[in-house]
Design a protein around this ligand. Structure first.
Ligand code: HEM
Length: 464
């Protein structure tokens, strides 16, 4: 039996919210609706590969299959065909549950800006998936609970600062773990495999989040991975309550310890609101550092296959070498490009808490809203860099007037960990590429025609 959802559902109200000034005669119209065949095509080409790959933790075999078959590019083409037919949408699907897909760049911005009301991040399927390991996380909370938990996350992760206020204390972990990785690589004749990179990366993550004594606590990472694998099944699998409690107990203990230099130490000194649930927020961080590892490995692959961009990154490392925690914009841009080209959160979900007027009709309350990021990231009808590696597009902060590129979502629900991710991934990459020449041996990437998916699990490099 599936566990009931622990927190309150976002309230479904009847009032119409006018965040999109509708044409007067569209006020009472329903939105356009895909016919059953088109709905099936969207489910088959867009939803199915994403669910099969594993929404919460990736299944390596399926990722390999999707890479080989080119399903990811097919998903973007399907959305382009649908958008060509229906214009700006949003387009309701013909399903028993109200569901709509977003087709218009301006709608993306406005929906993400109007979160959590009337577009709540606490969407039903997401709540079922995340309750397996983080039932009280901000992302699936609502009302005052969400406000407090979001604020707590923003503060601990230093949401608005490219360089986290504790960056200086994080850098030794990055340097030491990269050095240890490179020693192992040397011992293996220069071969760097994805899983070795990920192991080293998670040693950094555990040290930064929980403290140095957690460096080798692989069991903690494995426990989260097990619970995330349950989360892939959402309501189809019962919650492993004892596993979840075990995880929470370990995180409470880490917060109590508050090891110097870690985020846990910083949190020990924070003032919490009554609903903050600090330990319950940490599984999301440990979970989300996994896609950060994927993005790091893919960025390394991109740099290895684009020598000019690699040279630019090395020049910047040399120029900023004296700073304790440098910005490394070219490497940050490379990680962002890796996330644009191969989004690790391809589907951003929202759920309407009330009816919402759009220009061409009204979206009912309780509608799941699907924003398929690759449709916008790889739209070669509108972007000349759609299939190229272009770190320069991230040199200036992107604004809501720009085309939506959403590696970290956007608007009021934007990922509060994004700067920390970019700080740690760019510094980790800098350690590798300033010590070694890197060639990608597992794949042959064609600049300007990059594939719809790059299987991170198969990545292999030769370091000399
Ligand atoms: C490459 C790595 C990451 C990517 C691509 C990423 C992306 C995202 C995206 C797209 C969302 C919005 C999800 C939604 O609206 O449903 C999100 C939310 C969030 N992320 Fe990240 N994230 C990453 C890493 C991290 C890390 C490492 C942390 C913490 C250390 C973090 C903390 C959070 C939190 C707390 C939320 C929920 C925010 C809220 O409730 O409003 N993320 N992230």
């Amino acid at each position: 039996m599936s566990e009931p959802l622990p927190d309150k559902a976002p309230p479904a109200r009847r009032r119409v919210e006018s965040v999109f000034s509708a044409e007067p005669d569209a006020r009472q119209n329903p939105l356009p609706r895909a016919n059953p065949l088109e709905t099936l095509q969207i489910l088959r080409d867009v939803e199915l590969p994403m669910i099969a790959k594993g929404p919460i933790i990736r299944r390596p075999k399926v990722v390999g299959l999707v890479e080989r078959t080119g399903f990811e590019a097919r998903a973007v083409r399907r959305m382009q065909t649908i958008a060509g037919r229906y214009g700006s949408g949003p387009l309701m699907l013909s399903l028993p549950k109200n569901m709509a897909t977003v087709l218009d760049p301006e709608h993306v911005h406005r929906i993400l800006d109007a979160s959590p009301e009337p577009f709540a991040p606490a969407e039903t399927l997401k709540r079922h998936a995340l309750k397996h390991f983080e039932p009280k996380v901000a992302l699936i909370s609502h009302d005052e609970e969400r406000t407090q938990r979001r604020r707590m996350n923003e503060s601990a992760l230093d949401n608005n600062h490219p360089i986290h206020r504790m960056a200086e204390t994080f850098m030794p972990a990055v340097r030491e773990e990269a050095e240890a990785l490179l020693r192992d690589v040397d011992a293996q004749g220069g071969t760097l495999k994805y899983m070795d990179l990920l192991d080293a990366w998670f040693r950094v993550v555990r040290r930064v989040v929980l403290g140095d004594s957690y460096r080798d606590d692989k069991q903690l990472t494995e426990l989260i991975e097990k619970l995330r694998a349950d989360g892939n099944w959402a309501f189809l699998k019962p919650v492993d309550k004892s596993g979840r409690q075990d995880l929470l107990d370990q995180l409470h203990a880490a917060l109590d310890k508050g090891e110097p230099g870690s985020i846990a130490a910083f949190m020990r000194d924070m003032d919490f609101g009554s609903e903050d649930q600090p330990a319950e927020q940490i599984p999301q961080w440990l979970f989300a550092f996994d896609p950060a590892g994927m993005a790091t490995a893919r960025a390394l692959a991109l740099l290895a296959e684009h020598p000019q961009e690699m040279a630019k990154a090395r020049k910047q490392i040399a120029a900023e070498g004296d700073e304790t925690a440098p910005m490394l914009q070219q490497l940050r841009g490379s990680v962002l490009e890796s996330l644009r080209l191969w989004a690790t959160t391809p589907m951003i979900l929202r759920e309407t808490t009330q009816e919402v007027e759009f220009e061409h009709g009204v979206m009912p309350a309780g509608t799941t809203v699907l924003i398929f990021a690759p449709f916008f990231h790889r739209d070669d009808r509108n972007l000349d860099f759609a299939h190229s590696f272009s770190p320069e597009i991230w040199e200036e902060p992107r604004t809501r007037d720009d085309w939506p590129l959403l590696p970290f979502s956007g608007g009021t629900g934007i990922c509060p960990g994004r700067h920390l991710v970019l700080l740690l991934t760019s510094s980790f990459l800098a350690e590798i590429i300033s010590a070694k020449d890197v060639s990608l041996t597992s794949h042959d990437l064609e600049p300007g025609n990059l594939p719809g998916l790059l299987n991170n699990f198969a990545l292999e490099f030769q370091l000399t």
